[in-house]
Design a protein around this ligand. Structure first.
Ligand code: NAD
Length: 251
């Protein structure tokens, strides 16, 4: 049966690289995007050029109704013969660097809404479709954490770091909760990867200097994170669940 993976936040960065890598691996890909329809369409075109099917699904993953609508549209497009086999909870945001005294509750709420609630909402819908307890035939979920979950990101974005720590605990808890139901749940913990997210945090200019603090003396590439994600999705990782895999250049 054809493998189908849903990737959230797939319009750019690690999500886009994962979509292309999954297509190379023979998956059909459902690409969620939030605002950038044109960029998502370009990623879909790359997926199709590799011979895979691409479905575009607009939704804010932090919004319960929009996530339910996304999965309903996906069900309708797949039809009765095809089943979702993988979910990559990639969508994530970081707010501009700040100290805690300068952070508003609204900022914390939005960061947690996208990074934590978005991950939970999509995982919940995927489990409802993939778990053998719900009549599904199994699958795999990969959640994007961050090395920040362990480092705390002082002076930068402790809210983001705390949200990724929540993602990690959720990953381990869900993995163990459904370990006998054919669905593996793992996380990837990227270090500093060259993507546009750093422009959002105001860290863009400091990236080159940050490389000096990494044992491999360079930043990572989105494609290198995609490799880890695709392995965790695959049957090659059949005995791996509840794991957090560092992709950090040794950091
Ligand atoms: P990015 O900003 O390039 O991509 C994030 C994607 O998520 C974008 O396509 C964006 O549109 C989407 N998105 C944001 N809010 C959304 C929402 N509410 N609903 C749906 N989509 C939404 O960043 P990236 O570097 O590719 O990051 C991907 C993931 O990897 C994130 O979870 C991020 O926290 C994590 N990560 C990145 C790094 C890094 O250094 N780049 C390090 C550690 C972890």
């Amino acid at each position: 049966m054809k493998k189908i993976v849903l990737i959230t936040g797939a319009s750019r960065g690690i999500g886009a690289a994962t979509a292309v890598r999954c297509a190379r691996e023979g998956y059909d890909v459902a690409l969620n995007y939030h605002r950038d329809a044109a960029a998502a369409a370009q990623v879909a075109a790359q997926v199709r050029a590799l011979g895979a099917q691409a479905t575009l699904l607009q939704a804010d993953v932090a919004d319960t109704a929009q996530v339910l609508g996304l999965f309903e549209r996906l069900d309708a497009q797949l039809g009765p013969q095809a089943r979702l086999t993988g979910l990559v909870n990639n969508a994530g945001i970081v707010a501009p660097r700040a100290r805690v005294e300068e952070m508003s509750p609204e900022r914390w709420q939005r960061v947690f809404a996208v990074n934590v609630m978005g991950t939970m909402l999509c995982a919940r819908e995927a489990v409802r479709r993939m778990s053998r307890a719900h009549g599904g035939s199994g699958g795999a979920i990969v959640n994007l954490s961050s090395r920040a979950a362990l480092l705390g990101s002082p002076g930068l974005y402790v809210d983001y770091a705390a949200s990724k720590a929540a993602v990690e605990t959720f990953t381990v808890g869900l993995a163990r909760e459904i370990a006998t139901e054919g669905v593996r749940v793992n996380g990837v913990r990227p270090g500093i990867i060259e993507t546009d997210i750093h422009a959002d945090s105001g860290m863009g200019d400091e990236l080159a200097a940050a490389a000096a603090g990494i044992p491999m003396q360079r930043l990572g590439r989105a494609e290198e994170v995609a490799e880890a994600i695709v392995w965790l999705l695959s049957d090659a990782a059949s005995y791996t669940t509840g794991a957090l895999l560092d992709v950090t250049g040794g950091r």
